[in-house]
Ligand binder design. Structure first.
Ligand code: CP3
Length: 344
């Protein structure tokens, strides 16, 4: 049967007259209905692990806007937690974790097969979603890439320059490499279980890939992503994979070919015209509207949206933001973006 889901068609390499669209962090604090469900859950992590409420918040932006894809509601930091790290969120500041400063901290972590006890509710959310979503909507699962997850596990929080992770890599390379390997193998199991539960696409978020320079980019961003994709393709050859090595710049070139990804998501530090010339030549590109347009709206939102659609119309493209929508965004601007993409 011919594929009817627009996201899957774009990921298979089809150039669509209108690009399919979804949005990073589409379930989030800019939506009043999200805030209400989060309050009902109590806090962010309780929401992630409550399959019924996580299903509900995943569906909210689909009901409101009719996006072409739903992204599982969860977080990249659930894998560290499932490996035994302490994890909590400080309101207004972000995530906090126990730190990894040497061999003793690493030795306390569990193995790849220990993660499912913690992560079972996430697989249940995926199963719920596959039966609840409209037939035209694609379900995307996800995980963080090893480098990005490692930066949080090492520092115990988000850092502007990922200095603690770079330092551990230099001073304790054996601990750093063992941590990367542990996250890589756990991520393969996690994503494979998401696919078994019904995820139709998976996305690998390497939010801090841009701080890896030169040979480090190949070793710690490209190679682990390639390893995860190879393992997933061996088990699930028909499941497309989106890679997001954020702020990779010139390293976006050839990334899909080198890793086996079916699509590369690009941030807003490169132009869509550049991506058409240099990245889309290898296949589907996703991105790259600046998230700030969801706050400011108006003519600039419309003209930038049109420019991106136009620049990438010669090949497979999934419209998205260059990074997640922020809590101060106006839900009406999201509708304006969608109407502009769909030509209403
Ligand atoms: O996109 C979606 O709607 C799906 C769910 C999703 C969340 N986080 C929910 C979330 C996804 C795909 C993520 C990925 C994620 N989480 C990344 C990679 C993408 C990126 O943004 O670069 C990273 C680095 C994280 C780690 C994380 N989670 C941070 C740094 C924070 C705090 C910053 C913030 O925005 O508050 C979170 C919290 C988080 N994850 C929220 C949501 C909806 C906000 C939590 C809340 O409701 O208070």
């Amino acid at each position: 049967m011919a594929e009817t889901k627009t996201i899957l068609r774009a990921l298979a390499g089809e150039t669509m007259p209108t690009p399919p669209i979804w949005m990073m962090r589409q379930a989030g604090r800019y939506l009043p209905e999200y805030k209400a469900t989060r309050a009902e859950a109590g806090d962010f992590l309780s929401l992630c692990y409550n399959s019924d409420l996580a299903t509900e918040v995943t569906l909210q932006p689909i009901r409101r806007y009719g996006f072409d894809a739903a992204i599982l509601f969860a977080d990249i930091l659930l894998v560290p937690q499932a490996l035994g790290a302490d994890l909590w969120f400080v309101t207004g500041e972000g995530p906090r974790l126990s730190t990894i400063t040497g061999e003793a901290d690493f030795a306390k972590l569990g193995g790849k097969d220990d993660i499912h006890e913690t992560l079972n509710p996430i697989y249940q959310t995926v199963r719920n979603l596959r039966s609840a979503l409209p037939p035209e909507t694609t379900l995307i699962g996800f995980a963080g890439a090893p480098w990005t997850v490692a930066t949080y596990m090492i520092a115990g929080k988000g850092t502007p320059d990922q200095a603690p992770a770079h330092a551990l890599k230099a001073t304790h390379p054996e601990v750093f490499d063992a941590l990367m390997a542990r996250i890589t193998e756990a991520t393969i199991e996690y994503l494979s279980h998401q696919i078994d539960a019904g995820a139709e696409v998976v996305k690998i978020f390497d939010s801090w890939a841009g701080s890896l320079k030169g040979a480090d980019f190949d070793k710690y961003a490209l190679a682990p992503t390639k390893e995860i994709i190879a393992a997933l393709k061996a088990r699930h050859p028909d499941t497309p994979i989106i890679a997001f090595p954020r702020e990779a710049g010139e390293n976006y070139i050839g990334f899909a070919k080198a890793t086996g990804a079916d699509c590369v998501a690009i941030d807003d530090s490169v132009t869509a015209e550049w991506a058409a010339q240099n990245v889309q030549t290898d296949g589907c590109v996703q991105g790259n509207l600046k998230s700030s347009h969801m706050v400011t709206g108006g003519d600039a939102l419309v003209s930038e949206t049109r420019r991106i659609v136009d620049a990438l119309k010669g090949g497979p493209h999934i419209f998205n933001l260059g990074h997640g929508i922020t809590p101060d965004a106006d839900p009406a601007n999201v509708q304006l973006m969608i109407d502009t993409v769909r030509g209403a």
